[in-house]
Each structure stands twice: as C-alpha cells, then as structure tokens.
Write a new protein. Structure first.
Length: 190
C-alpha cells in the first residue's frame, strides 16, 4: 500500500507499505545486542526523509559485530538520491527488562550505538521528530543487510512438541490406570 501523504503510524503493524524519500546516511543508529544465528551484531536504523518532510527510520537489517566496540561496522549507503522502498511497518524492538535499555549518547559521532531506545530518545539524538513506527525493509531491497524478519513470540511449529508431550502423558495415564484397576486372576475361593 503506498503511503503517499499518510504517516506510517496510520498503518496497522506489519502492513506492507511503499514509500519514497531520501536516506540521511550521515545520521544512522546501530541497535546493539541483536543476534542472528547465534552471532552478535547490530540492526541498522537509517532515517529516510519523505517528500512531505516526515522522517521514518528504516531498519536495513543486521550486521555482524566487528569484535571491538571501538571499530563499528561500515554501514555506508550506496544510493544517495531518491529511493522507493517497500517493507512492513513495525514498532521499535523493546527490551524485556528495563535494565537492558541504553539511550543513544548525546555527544560523539555517528553512527550512534544504542540498545532498545524509545522513539523519543532517538528523536532527541537525531534533533528532529521521527515517525512513531519504523519500516522493516524488504529482504530483496539492495539497500540493506541480513533481513530475516519473523514475528515476535513462538513459532506455531513449536507448539507441536507440547501437544505430543501431553498426548504421551495421557496414554501413559490410561495404561497405568488399566494396569492398576485390573483384578488379579487367581484360584476361585469357595
């Protein structure tokens, strides 16, 4: 669905949208404490200025940790002009515990490293209001990194293990009941 003059916050979560704008590659955020296939890394959030002046953060995907916090990954953008992007609207990732949060620093250069920030904290660091939702960039777009998006929570296939476990338990109980309640056969008493 093309956004046109609508804000991304007006779309339902996970709605697939198309939007146009220009990346601000000089001001990017790296969300730390993100993993992909057990490896540590960052998710790259890049501001996209839309023609109407609204700014949407685009989650361009996961990049690997370089092994040192002093040397951040190179997240340079190849396209400098106007782009048309497709993706899904989503909320920022949130921490399970408040102790895992860290706002981006007010000083220092870009990209800014942060951990589970709020949109207000990102807007303050950026110096301009940001739209309340982000865009999860489609995997086939060339402007991103590893994008293996999955909905939060357990996948449906994981429930099969619980179903099998409880059916096995029910069978064991029935067998146990049958063994215990069976009368012993013995000689007839007179």
């Amino acid at each position: 669905m093309p956004l046109d003059s609508r804000g991304i916050a007006e779309m339902p979560q996970f709605q697939r949208v198309i939007l146009k704008g220009k990346f601000d590659s000089a001001h990017q955020f790296l969300l730390e404490n993100r993993t992909h296939e057990g490896r540590p890394g960052y998710e790259v959030l890049t501001p996209l200025e839309r023609p109407d002046g609204r700014i949407v953060l685009v989650d361009r995907g996961w990049v690997a940790f370089t092994g040192s916090r002093q040397k951040l990954p190179d997240v340079t953008l190849q396209s400098q002009g106007a782009v048309t992007l497709t993706g899904r609207s989503d909320d920022l990732p949130s921490a399970g515990l408040p102790s895992g949060r860290a706002a981006p620093s007010a000083d220092g250069g870009w990209p800014k490293v942060t951990s589970y920030p709020t949109m207000n904290e990102l807007s303050t660091a950026f110096g301009h209001p940001l739209e309340p939702r982000i865009l999860l960039l489609d995997p086939q777009d060339p402007n991103g990194y590893v994008r293996d998006w999955h909905p939060a929570g357990m996948q449906p296939v994981r429930h099969w293990s619980y179903a099998i476990q409880w059916w096995a338990f029910a069978i064991v109980v029935i067998i146990f009941w049958a063994v215990v309640s069976r009368k012993k056969s013995g000689p007839l008493e007179t």
